[in-house]
Design a binder for this molecule. Structure first.
Ligand code: TXA
Ligand code: MG
Length: 555
């Protein structure tokens, strides 16, 4: 079960933080607890990188898939040396040019870095942050700090302490508030294990800057739909930065990308899309420069103006037919747009907009990172269309059903994917687990084939996991394949037995047990998949009623 905390926010001077103020957070880190802290890119959720239990907690608190490795943060070259097998020349050059700063280098790792940090890769990603608060925290603790962005998985990265609080309140003991992040997008991740630097994730350090500072010519892993073979490569080989395959940075609202009126480009102009959405009665949020906003003829009103120090006055006079606008700056400028994008996503979500229309900017230099995050949020750029990415967006507002079988390699992953494919309206999200599962095994080849051939669903990314108390506690419903499995779950987790229904029961057909096709031929797998599919469709029709009844009977 996830531990609950009274989350303390420690507000410090971002330029000269007092060590005395940081002390409770330092002690928490050393005791294996998690601490959220500011960096110049986004806020990080830190744990002692050599403490496996502490790192494991990062994954559960974030709801992060375990195949997505973490960045290790250090303050000096000396601290970095023991973590890496060797430091390639190009890594040295890159560190010299850009560290401390918003750049992360992937290098071969030593055994000092636990597998859980690197998701079993033989490389580790290391960053030397520049933010005085991050540096002071790491320095005082005297340890390497593993830290992903401090958001729930799938949500926009936090650029203010309140963003962290919004996602992680009660789940961690300390948030250090060091004011807004300077860059607002995550660091540039560069693989230095090959012959040339490869940019795995674009950030504020651009390919051109790398060339001018070091003479090195970086290659960019492309993740834009249809633009390169990157997408096809992914089908056969794992992505270089595993995190890039997931849908990220997503507000609850649908994100659309639009160009300003005068820009000749292929995306539709903001005025037209916003007008159409308003006509359909949608609540519309806009993220653009003031210049772009002033070119619009549709009505809009400001919720925030990043170019002005004064807060925007009350919007009590907002008309139903007006868009709500976040101005990131006076003029079209990717640096300001990057700085405020994630903040705008959260603010506009708080205003319950249905669509967020964001300004397209030229896709080069720092604009590359901005457009990369925007496309991901707009779902134009996802690596896998299966439920993994949906799983990543399983944040607070979605209810969770966990399908359970024995090994979590066949029946339950099939149910998970079929459920997520059929659950079009999005209030529920499925995952799966096993009662006697090995960790990180793929789905069985037969299950992968049936799902792909019969349903065009890709389950190649599935990795098995054991049903734990934590998973059982956070699920809204647990759905095993057979009555016997239901009894086992109820015996093992008596506190949550009211949330357990067999797939047959959940579908209103209590007799239906899905037996294990293991060892059978393809036809048996095919039949099992069809039966699961049929029951899942029935289950979806009444899922809210079942969940309601489980709540009524809960202790
Ligand atoms: O700016 C940042 O980088 C922030 C701050 C807190 O430092 N951190 C951050 O972490 O964005 P996270 O976990 O949200 O993203 C880390 C990215 C993921 O895409 C992950 O797949 C990639 O780095 N990564 C980590 N270790 C890797 C490795 N060994 N090889 C390739 N990619 C790796
Ligand atoms: Mg992140």
């Amino acid at each position: 079960m996830l531990r609950r905390y009274q989350t303390h926010v420690i507000t410090v001077d971002p330029v000269q933080p007092e060590e005395r103020q940081l002390q409770p957070a330092v002690e928490a880190l050393l005791a294996g607890e998690l601490v959220a802290f500011p960096t110049e890119t986004v806020y990080g959720l830190g744990a002692d990188a050599t403490n496996q239990d502490a790192v494991r907690r990062i994954f559960s608190v974030k709801g992060r898939p375990s195949d997505n490795p973490l960045i290790v943060h250090v303050v000096s070259f000396d601290q970095l040396i023991p973590l890496t097998r060797s430091i390639p020349d190009m890594a040295r050059q890159l560190f010299e040019a850009f560290s401390p700063g918003p750049v992360t280098l992937v290098m071969e790792r030593t055994d000092l870095v636990p597998d859980i940090v690197t998701a079993h890769l033989n490389t580790v990603a290391v960053r030397i942050p520049a933010h005085p608060v991050a540096r002071s925290l790491i320095q005082c603790a005297g340890i390497a700090v593993a830290a992903p962005s401090a958001n729930r998985s799938g949500r926009p990265s936090p650029t203010h302490a309140w963003h962290v609080k919004q996602d992680l309140d009660g789940l961690i003991p300390y948030i250090i508030d060091g004011g807004p992040s300077q860059f607002g997008l995550e660091s540039t991740v560069i693989d230095t294990t090959g012959t040339r630097p490869v940019i795995l994730r674009p950030g504020s350090i651009t390919a051109d800057q790398i060339f001018w500072a070091t003479g090195l010519h970086p290659v960019t892993e492309q993740y834009k739909t249809g633009q390169t073979t990157g997408l096809l490569d992914f089908e056969t080989s794992p992505p270089k930065a595993p995190g890039m395959k997931y849908r990220h940075y997503a507000p609850r609202a649908a994100v659309l990308i639009a160009r300003c009126e005068t820009d000749p480009d292929d995306s539709p102009p903001m005025n037209r899309i916003a007008g159409e959405c308003l006509d359909q009665g949608k609540r519309v949020g806009l993220f653009a420069s003031l210049r772009t906003l002033r070119e619009l003829t549709i009505p809009w009103t400001l919720i925030a103006d990043a170019s002005s120090p004064d807060p925007v006055s009350s919007r009590s006079d907002l008309h139903r037919n007006e868009a709500i606008a976040f101005a990131y700056g006076p003029d079209r400028d990717p640096i300001s747009a990057s700085q405020h994008l994630f903040d705008a996503m959260r603010l506009l979500d708080n205003e319950a907009v249905d669509v967020l229309i964001a300004e397209q900017l030229p896709d080069h230099d720092i604009g590359t990172a901005y457009m990369n995050r925007l496309r991901k949020a707009a779902r134009q750029e996802t690596q896998s269309s299966d439920s993994e990415e949906k799983q990543e967006t399983a944040c607070k507002h979605r209810k969770q059903v966990v399908f359970v079988c024995t090994g979590n390699t066949c029946r339950s992953p099939m149910a998970e994917r079929l459920f997520n494919a059929e659950m079009t309206e999005g209030s529920w999200i499925a995952s799966s687990a096993g009662l006697a599962a090995l960790t990180d095994s793929p789905a069985s080849p037969q299950a992968i084939r049936v799902l792909s051939e019969r349903y065009q669903l890709d389950s190649s990314g599935h990795r098995s996991r054991q049903l734990t108390t934590e998973i059982a506690d956070t699920a809204d419903l647990l759905v095993p394949m057979t009555l016997y499995q239901k009894q086992l779950i109820q015996r093992q987790f008596p506190d949550i037995s009211h949330k357990v229904f067999t797939l047959g029961e959940a579908a209103g057909q209590p007799q239906a047990d899905i037996s294990d096709p293991f060892g059978g031929d393809m036809e048996q797998y095919d039949l099992a998949a069809q039966e699961i599919h049929r029951l899942v469709i029935q289950m979806i029709k009444q899922i809210d009623r079942i969940a309601g009844s489980s709540q009524q009977t809960s202790p």
